[in-house]
Design a protein around this ligand. Structure first.
Ligand code: NDP
Ligand code: 8X3
Length: 249
């Protein structure tokens, strides 16, 4: 039977790659994001009828609910929710950071994610479905300037594990995916549109791609229903860990 996945943040990067991966594997895909032109192009690029584009800001619950309530009949029975929409803003230390940017990250990465999850949960429970949440290595490994972004991703990881507990016995699977460096629009967004900074960060690093993460999500989604991947951390081979820092007098 054809399954349906709802993917947030499908207009770029990991989410866009996931649309292609799941549609290519025969899933019906509800693709969401704010940029309607990108969604239209995405829908047009995939076989007719496989992808439904729904443009809304995940922070706008009324717009989100209107879009979900207006889903075509074929797309209403959601089997998998991929909470992928998210962003980092800024790399400054906390004492110099812009609190408005902090609030935008919390509103998008945390508040909108839990609200959408709550909205879709009844359908997922009904269908013994699954949730894949995009956390990050930033959830586990703090780095200078990661402050609130890392905090939001730690929330996503712990919320995912908490959902596992609450959904005990329902058959619903929950996974927190925690990638390191993936070349997408992430750094352009984080730097306020600095493509040069993004190119410099990824240059020579052979970073992971959106396709790498999409293939991982599809693998998780296609595992036998008695298996749950709780957390999955992945990095490019070129990335690893650095030590603590010491401020000397
Ligand atoms: P991109 O910037 O390439 O894509 C982000 C997506 O999120 C876009 O489709 C964007 O769509 C959507 N989005 C952002 N804000 C909103 C909003 N308010 N409402 C609706 N959609 C929104 O980044 P990535 O693909 O890299 O990021 C995807 C996820 O992966 C994020 O949660 C990120 O934190 C996480 N991640 C990324 C890593 C990386 O190195 N790239 C590593 C670890 C985790 P639009 O602008 O059209 O609304
Ligand atoms: C994105 C990865 O290392 O830039 O979540 O925080 S990192």
């Amino acid at each position: 039977m054809t399954k349906t996945v709802l993917i947030t943040g499908a207009t770029a990067g990991i989410g866009e790659a996931a649309v292609h991966a799941f549609a290519g594997a025969g899933w019906r895909v509800i693709a969401t994001g704010r940029r309607r032109d990108r969604l239209d192009a995405l829908v047009a690029s995939v076989d007719a009828g496989k992808v439904h584009g729904a443009a809304f800001d995940v922070r706008d619950e009324a717009a989100r609910d209107a879009a979900l309530d207006a889903l075509p009949e074929d797309f209403r029975a959601i089997d998998l929710l991929i909470n992928n929409a998210g962003l980092a803003l800024g790399t400054k230390p906390a004492q110099q950071a812009d609190v408005a940017q902090w609030k935008t990250m919390i509103d998008t990465n945390v508040t909108a994610l839990v609200s959408l999850t709550h909205k879709v949960l009844p359908r997922l429970i009904e269908r013994k479905g699954a949730i894949i949440n995009l956390s990050s290595v930033a959830a586990t490994y703090p780095y200078a300037g990661g402050n609130v972004y890392g905090g939001t991703k730690a929330f996503v990881e712990q919320f995912s594990l908490g959902l596992r507990s609450d959904l005990h016995g329902t058959g619903v699977r929950v996974t927190s995916i925690e990638p390191g460096m993936v070349e997408t629009e992430f750094t352009v967004v984080r730097t306020g549109g600095d493509q040069g900074a993004s190119d410099t960060l990824y240059k020579g690093a052979n970073p992971m791609t959106g396709d790498d993460i999409a293939a991982t999500m599809l693998w998780i989604a296609q595992l036998p229903p008695h298996l749950n991947i709780n957390r999955l951390e992945l990095m490019p081979v070129s990335q690893s860990f650095a030590g603590f820092q010491v401020a000397r007098e």
